[in-house]
Design a protein around this ligand. Structure first.
Ligand code: MLT
Ligand code: MN
Length: 306
């Protein structure tokens, strides 16, 4: 299995367009210790020929151009991108679908609930129904990813529920949306029969069911949104805690680093990292602490061979 991290940042990217924070300005000025990152997306292939995207970030066009594996290779119009698999309906997971609107055959894989969100947004009808198939993927069952002719791609996915919330644009304006476990937010195991890769870009809490899935895994890409739950409030850049946004944080007794300590995951890589998170800075003490715990921080263009 081959995987390319197309983007490693959370919604907004790094730097975020309207952020004048010191870290964003370091990224903007080209500081090599604070490299810019686009919003989270992963490309995976069993054979190096046909590729599946895991989430379609608003930066998708730029990500495709930066990734030779995803360039057209045949005829006047073609793409190695065979399908797009979604973990949820957040803007940073689905907006890139609009980039794929040039009558290119592909399949969109998501839970029924996420498909219902896309269906309720008529702008996604630019993905013409006669060329773009929409496949509902059930939870807790391996599901094959296929090529345009229906042949197997060599990859299968299994969706599992992780704690999360409805997308921001579907939140009831009154009050805090509940953290739910169901078809709103999923983690995905990607399997080519030789190797397995976990993609979990959003997870609000480490519950036993998720821990059970991850235990002993070879490679996990996991939600690295915030270092501490209140970092955006303390920095004055936002009024929401990580928990309120549906993301667990790295530090603290209930944090991701603590939660993974007993899981025996062989390689752990953070993805979906918010621009407020100091682990994006190669010279921060938080980054050193994280690496001492055996974690890596994903960067755009990072390639994984499993
Ligand atoms: C999130 O991951 O919490 C969302 O992407 C936030 C957003 O919609 O910007
Ligand atoms: Mn997000």
């Amino acid at each position: 299995m081959k995987a390319v991290i197309l983007g490693a940042a959370a919604g907004g990217g790094f730097p975020q367009w309207n952020s004048n924070a010191a870290a964003c300005n370091r990224a903007r000025s080209g500081d090599p210790v604070a490299p810019a990152r686009t919003q989270t997306s992963l490309a995976v292939s069993a054979d190096g020929e046909y590729w599946f995207l895991f989430n379609a970030a608003p930066d998708l066009r730029q990500q495709i151009e930066a990734t030779p594996e995803l360039h057209p290779r045949q005829g006047l119009r073609s793409s190695p991108i065979t399908g797009v698999v979604l973990t949820g309906g957040d803007v940073d997971a689905v907006a890139g679908l609009l980039t794929l609107r040039e009558r290119q055959p592909l399949t969109v894989y998501a839970t029924s609930k996420v498909h219902a969100i896309l269906k309720a947004n008529p702008i996604f009808d630019v993905l013409a129904a006669d060329v773009v198939a929409r496949q509902a993927v059930p939870l807790d069952r391996p599901f094959p990813l296929t090529l345009a002719d229906g042949e197997p791609s060599g990859l299968s996915v299994e969706f599992f529920a992780v704690p999360g919330k409805v997308p921001l644009y579907l939140e009831d304006q009154q009050g805090t949306p509940p953290i739910v476990l169901g078809e709103d937010t999923v983690g995905i195991v990607i399997d080519d029969t030789r190797a397995r890769l976990f993609f979990v870009p959003g997870c609000a809490a480490m519950i036993d069911a998720v821990a059970g899935r991850l235990r002993g895994a070879e490679l996990v890409l996991f939600d690295g949104t915030l270092w501490s739950d209140d970092e955006m409030i303390r920095a004055g850049t936002g009024s929401k805690s990580g928990r309120r946004m549906g993301h667990m944080s790295l530090s603290g007794p209930e944090g991701t680093m603590a939660a993974f300590q007993s899981l025996g995951v062989k390689r752990k890589i953070l993805i979906h990292i918010n621009n407020s998170n100091p682990v994006l800075l190669g010279d921060s003490s938080e980054r050193a602490e994280l690496e001492a715990m055996g974690w890596e921080v994903a960067h755009d263009g990072m390639r994984l061979h499993l």
